[in-house]
Write a protein that binds this ligand. Structure first.
Ligand code: ADE
Ligand code: ZN
Length: 333
């Protein structure tokens, strides 16, 4: 099944670039910038990456991001993930980045954006990688801060496809960000939000009704509200589900308890994604494989999930069609 998953061209719709910071790069950048971390080697990092909930992960994720200082660091980070895309046959990816994680440390858009864009242009020209960027607001900060961030991004919005909402979900409902999402829409940006990861199904409703999102990140707790499930099905609103993330952060006790296949059977547009692969033990193909190990997925289920990744993407209709045809062509081989 591993080679079957590998053989299909895939899209990834939920990936935090800061969550793709591999332990090796983390350690080498901490040495480069003489930043003290509570780990001395890879082994200690792996031991530390044992999470009990979202917040216990976020604490180490923000700590890890503190080693990203200059343009080349952001280039290396993006380049390594894009090389993974090539390796795993991820032909299109929609990548989130958290500006406030950097601006709050005095590192501005003029440092990280040129680094990201240099890597993206290189991957586009070297092997035709397709990439969109999603600027994500940190929901534990204020809407005022998000508005300032949107303003600070103004010179780079031509390179940004959508805005997102991430970080600590409980107690930071989508409604807190209605104004900045409305302003983003006026600027021509699409919208996504993490909702129903740890937070209740009501937050998914809020993301839909108050933020008018085009897609929901995670959304696995939608399952608790049958009316919401009906709505998601009727409107085919994509859910970017992240199986390894959900088990590492104890949203589900283990993979056999995951509800992604139940939601697929209910007719929802669910997709498979890696979220923060360096912290959760696997990139996109490992997420498909983990589902296969837990549920013995057949090829047609995997194919449907892969097709959903293109259908739920922000690609224009003709490119979606192109990639859906490419999936069929790979199947025919
Ligand atoms: N930031 C990075 N990964 C996240 C996740 N899974 N949930 C919320 N915020 C995040
Ligand atoms: Zn996420």
């Amino acid at each position: 099944m591993q080679s079957f998953i590998q053989s299909l061209p895939k899209a990834e719709l939920h990936l935090h670039i800061e969550g793709s910071l591999e332990p090796e790069l983390l350690l080498s950048l901490s040495r480069k910038h003489q930043i003290d971390l509570p780990y001395k080697n890879i082994e200690q990092i792996h031991q530390a990456y044992n999470f009990e909930d979202l917040q216990s992960f976020l604490d180490l994720y923000y700590l890890g991001a503190s080693v990203l200082i200059d343009e080349d660091d952001f280039y290396q980070l993006m380049w390594q993930y894009l090389c993974k895309c090539k390796e795993q046959n991820i032909v299109h990816t929609e990548i989130m980045f958290d500006p406030q994680t950097h601006t709050h440390r005095g590192i501005g858009f003029d440092v990280f954006m040129p680094g990201f864009l240099r890597a993206i242009k290189q991957a586009e020209s070297e092997w035709g990688q397709s990439v969109y960027l999603i600027l994500s607001f940190l929901r534990h900060l204020s809407q005022e801060d998000a508005l300032l961030t949107l303003d600070a991004a103004k010179n780079y919005l031509a390179d940004v496809k959508a805005v997102g909402l991430d970080s600590s979900e409980q107690g930071n409902p989508p409604r807190k960000f209605a104004q900045v999402f409305s302003k983003s829409a006026e600027l021509g940006l699409l919208k996504v939000a993490h909702a129903g990861e740890e937070g209740p199904a009501d937050y998914v409703w809020e993301a839909i009704q108050l933020l008018h999102v085009d897609r929901i990140d995670h959304g696995v707790r939608s399952d608790e509200d049958p009316k919401l499930i009906d709505y998601l099905k009727l409107h085919q609103i994509a859910l970017t589900v992240c199986p390894l993330s959900n088990t590492k952060l104890c949203v589900f006790d283990d993979m056999t308890q995951h509800n992604i296949l139940k939601m697929l059977d209910q007719g929802l547009l669910v997709t498979v994604n890696s979220d923060d692969p360096s912290y959760f033990g696997g990139y996109l193909n490992e997420n498909y494989l983990a589902l296969h190990t837990a549920f013995e997925l057949d090829k047609s289920t995997i194919t449907q999930l892969v097709k959903n990744s293109f259908i739920g993407s922000f690609l224009p209709a003709e490119q979606k069609k192109h990639w859906l045809n490419q999936v069929d062509a790979a199947l025919a081989k």
